[in-house]
Structure formats: structure tokens, C-alpha cells
Design a protein around this ligand. Structure first.
Ligand code: HEM
Length: 496
């Protein structure tokens, strides 16, 4: 019971003041939450340093609160260091719910939508063809090539940039900004995240170096945004800009207020910050799955062979004809979800659910990992089993739902980049399997591959694998290079 008399949801007993802080591990906290859900139920309350956390571990609870009551469950918790002091709370993903947030989503969805699909698909297909030739030339650097693929798709869409390598100076600066953000949000990295009142101490006080660090981060962040934005502005003025999110906004509104311009340039960068590590993570999970399950890989390859043939690379329009490959992609989303706890939501006002009080200001976590591994929903949940999506549900029972309904988050904060992410994921996976075989995936020291579990995004730790041209397809190498050449010529023509 809290002070106001209504019971809080059940949860493990904690210590005075510290609450459950010492019981929640700093890595893979979702596993602990899933274990607690077995004891205390699908809606639990934990506390840490007087802050309340509500963890929802079932589809029903998530739908009831994050979806149906989205009007009050769509804020974000305050992150003192990265969000408030370093300015990330001004970007759509971490912004409080309200008009500005809605405007940001509207801008992003104005680009990522069915109407623009032909343009987005053309970019994704062209880059996938280049990925194939990079992998053919230098397979051991596959992880770099995948990072390049994702970044080059995003930065062409947002700013019309043609990124040729991971050493491209624009890519390096935006990536460095992202890496710094990840470092800042690592659990326990800054005391101010546990003691938010420290946000208000002046920068000159000894021990307040974190404030200077945050200010410098924000200055760098703003500089990157502005530089990229001004570059597109110049290109638009000279008539050399490629079609892009930024170019379209500049052309539509040539004389924006500084507030509008700030909003446009922030949302242009949000595609990269929210969409790069996430997409890279799921592509890498896919590679691990196919490398570790040769029978799954062979079945997907033979499906691609039948539908696509050997004379060309797969296209996004083939997707509807490749149910088995789609099922493998769903398993990659499910077995190791990119966002095991989605992104945290915050409830704006006191609420009541199933007789329990959900206190205003509580951080509400959708435990995506628990849903994706719920044996009642996904029988034998730890087994990679694409066939689970191909057999119709018996007896009207809804099992094996599409995991993408959970992988991309919930309610009014659901990922606006899903269509883009899924397109890049599909085309990368299809292109790789149509040309190569993937095997022997192990960590860099030859052991089992682990996942990084300390941040918001979960991704495989660095690993190696063999990517070799499939025997069936050796004879098609000319056709691959021809396709790549065609795409390169097309890209150059587009630049002109
Ligand atoms: C496999 C790739 C991706 C996954 C798994 C993923 C997943 C997610 C999740 C779980 C959230 C949080 C939703 C919530 O709060 O409930 C989110 C938010 C977001 N994602 Fe994605 N995402 C991916 C790729 C992308 C891409 C390519 C973009 C590019 C535009 C993008 C843009 C965003 C933005 C802007 C938000 C914040 C939405 C808001 O706060 O209203 N994401 N994503």
C-alpha cells in the first residue's frame, strides 16, 4: 500500500529508500523482470531510490495500458544526464508526449510511408546490391559492411548523402555522436542519473565536470545537425540536391522560422540515431540464426531460388512471395529482441488498473522479452522455429502472433521507422542468402556468441562467421557484378 491507501501492484520486497535498486541487475534486467512476473504476476511494481517502476509482462496488460490508455501512458521518463543536460530530450524519441512530439512523428511519417515506398525501395535495393559486392570482395569485414548498408540507406533518405564507406566524415561524426550517447546512458555511468537534484548544481563547482561534458555534447550534437542541414540547403539552392527528407522540407518551406528549422534538422537526424544500431542489431541476429541452423538457411535459400531465380538479386516486391524467409526474419526479431524492454514510457497521472494504483510519474516498461518468450504464446519459445508462423492456429487459439507487433514498441510511441527498418532488414537478408552461405558464427575468441544486455538496445557482441558464395550460385558472379555496375551507373545518373 502506498500513502494514499490503494495497493500498488505486487513486487519483490525492497530496502528502505534504496527499494529494489540492489536486486535489479545492471545487465539483462528483463530476465529478472520475467522471473519476477512468474511470482508476482504480469503487472509488478519495483522501486529504486523512491522512484516507481511498473513492469508489464503480458500482451493484455501492455494493450490495456500503453495502447488503450495511451493518452496518459505516452510520456518519457527524465534521463538527467543524456536527456536533460546533454539535450537528447529535445529529440522526438526522448521528448515528452505533446504537440511537438506529435509534430516530430508526423514529419518522420511524412517520409516513411506507402506513397514513398518506391523511392525508399529503390535506395534499399541499390545498396543491397552494393552490399553483395562488398561481401564478395571482403567477407571477413561483414559487420562493417552491414553497418555501412544501414547508415548509407538512412543518410541518403534523410540528407541525400551518398556514403561510400564507414570512413565517410559525415558518417563518422554522426556515429561518434551516437556512441557518446550510448556511453552516457550506460547504467551507472553518471551519479546525476540516480540523484537528479545534482542537475541543478552550477558547472563551476568541483565535481560538476559532468555538466561541462553534457554541454559540450549538446554543442557537438547541434553542430552536426546544423552542418548537415546547411549542406542540403546549399545543394537545394544550387539545384544539386538529391531527393531527401531534408531537401523536401527545405523546398516546401523555403523560409522557415528558426524553431521550424530546428525541428526539421532534429528529426532528420532522429532517423539515424533511432534507426541505425537497431537495424544493424537485427541483421546480425539473423546472420547468427542462419549460421547456426543450416537447415533453416537451406530452406530459405531454396525458396529464394524458386521465386527469384539465379539471374537477378531479390527485390522488395518479392517479399510477399517468400513466406519462409519472412518467418525467419520474425524469429530474428523474437529470439533476441532489439528492444527487450522497448523504450520506457511514463504515466502522466495517477491511474487504477485491476484494483491497483499506478502512481503518476512512474516509469512503465513493456517487457517485450517476456512476451516473446511466453510459452503460452510461443510454444517452445527458446527454439528457433520459423515454421511456427506458417501453420494456421488451431482451435481459434491465438498463438505465435507476429512478433513485430511487439518488437517496434507500443501505443502512441510505436516506432515510426518500422517500414524503413523492415525493408532494409528484408533486402539485406534476402540478398545475402541469395548469393552466399553463412556458417561458423562464433564470438571473436571462438566461444558462444553473447548479447550485450546493459543498454536499451540489445545486440550481439562482436562475432565472426564465414560468408562464402553458395556453390549453386558461383556461376552467377558475373550477373552479380553486372547488377552492381548497373546500380552504380544508376546512382551516378541520379546524382547528375
Ligand atoms: C529493427 C529496427 C528497429 C526496431 C526494432 C525499432 C524499435 C523501436 C522501439 C521498440 C521503439 C520504442 C517504442 C515505444 O516507446 O514504445 C522505437 C521508437 C522509435 N523509432 Fe524505431 N526501431 C527500429 C528502427 C527504426 C528506424 C529505421 C527508424 C527511422 C526513422 C526509427 C525511428 C524511431 C523513432 C523516431 C522512435 C521514437 C518514437 C516516439 O518516441 O514517438 N526506428 N523504435
Amino acid at each position: 500500500y502506498d500513502r494514499r491507501g490503494a495497493p500498488l501492484p505486487p513486487g519483490p520486497r525492497g530496502l528502505p529508500v534504496l527499494g529494489n535498486a540492489l536486486q535489479v541487475p545492471t545487465a539483462f534486467s528483463w530476465l529478472k523482470f520475467t522471473e519476477w512476473a512468474k511470482t508476482y504476476g504480469d503487472v509488478i511494481h519495483v522501486s529504486a531510490l523512491q522512484c516507481s517502476f511498473i513492469i508489464l509482462s503480458s500482451r493484455e496488460a501492455i494493450t490495456d495500458l500503453l495502447e488503450k490508455r495511451g493518452a496518459i501512458y505516452s510520456d518519457r521518463p527524465i534521463i538527467p544526464m543524456a536527456g536533460e543536460l546533454a539535450g537528447s530530450a529535445k529529440h522526438t524519441p526522448l521528448m515528452q508526449y505533446g504537440d511537438r512530439h506529435k509534430e516530430g512523428r508526423k514529419l518522420i511519417l511524412g517520409m516513411i510511408n506507402v506513397r514513398n515506398a518506391p523511392m525508399l525501395h529503390a535506395i534499399q535495393e541499390a545498396k543491397a546490391a552494393q552490399l553483395v559486392s562488398r561481401l564478395a570482395q571482403d567477407p571477413s569485414n561483414f559487420s562493417r559492411h552491414i553497418r555501412w548498408l544501414v547508415a548509407s540507406v538512412v543518410l541518403q533518405i534523410t540528407h541525400g548523402l551518398i556514403i561510400d564507406s564507414c570512413d565517410d566524415p559525415h558518417l563518422r561524426t554522426v556515429q561518434e555522436g551516437m556512441d557518446e550517447f550510448s556511453r552516457m546512458t550506460a547504467p551507472g555511468a553518471y551519479l546525476v542519473d540516480s540523484l537528479p537534484f545534482l542537475m541543478h548544481i552550477p558547472e563551476w563547482i568541483p565535481g560538476a565536470g559532468f555538466k561541462k561534458e553534457a554541454r559540450e555534447h549538446e554543442e557537438r550534437d547541434t553542430k552536426i545537425m546544423e552542418e548537415l542541414w546547411n549542406l542540403v540547403k546549399e545543394q537545394v539552392a544550387q539545384g544539386t540536391a538529391l531527393p531527401s527528407f531534408a531537401a523536401e522540407l527545405i523546398q516546401k518551406n523555403p523560409d522557415p522560422s528558426s524553431d521550424e528549422e530546428d525541428m526539421y534538422s532534429r528529426n532528420a537526424i532522429a532517423f539515424f540515431s533511432a534507426g541505425s544500431d537497431t537495424t544493424v542489431s537485427v541483421i546480425n541476429s539473423f546472420l547468427i540464426i542462419v549460421a547456426q541452423h543450416p537447415e533453416i538457411q537451406r530452406r530459405a535459400q531454396s525458396e529464394i531460388d524458386q521465386v527469384v531465380g539465379h539471374a537477378r538479386l531479390p527485390k522488395l516486391s518479392d517479399r510477399k512471395d517468400l513466406p519462409y524467409l519472412n518467418a525467419v526474419l520474425k524469429e530474428a526479431h523474437r529470439i533476441n529482441p532489439v528492444g527487450p524492454l522497448s523504450l520506457p514510457h511514463k504515466v502522466r497521472q495517477d491511474d487504477n488498473y485491476r484494483g491497483y494504483r499506478i502512481p503518476a510519474g512512474a516509469t512503465v516498461l513493456g517487457n517485450t522479452w517476456a512476451i516473446m518468450h511466453d510459452p503460452a504464446l510461443y510454444p517452445d519459445p527458446h527454439k528457433v522455429h520459423p515454421e511456427r508462423y506458417l501453420t494456421p492456429n488451431e482451435g481459434g487459439e491465438k498463438i505465435n502472433p507476429d512478433p513485430r507487433d511487439f518488437a517496434f514498441g507500443y501505443g502512441r510511441r510505436v516506432c515510426p521507422g518500422q517500414m524503413l527498418a523492415e525493408g532494409t532488414f528484408f533486402i539485406a537478408a534476402a540478398a545475402i542468402l541469395s548469393v552466399f552461405s553463412v556458417s561458423d558464427a562464433v564470438s571473436l575468441d571462438g566461444a558462444e556468441i553473447n548479447y550485450e544486455g546493459g543498454g536499451i538496445i540489445s545486440h550481439p557482441c562482436p562475432f565472426r562467421c564465414n560468408i562464402t558464395p553458395s556453390r549453386r550460385r558461383r556461376g552467377t558472379s558475373n550477373c552479380i557484378s553486372l547488377t552492381c555496375t548497373q546500380w552504380l551507373i544508376l546512382s551516378i545518373l541520379r546524382c547528375i
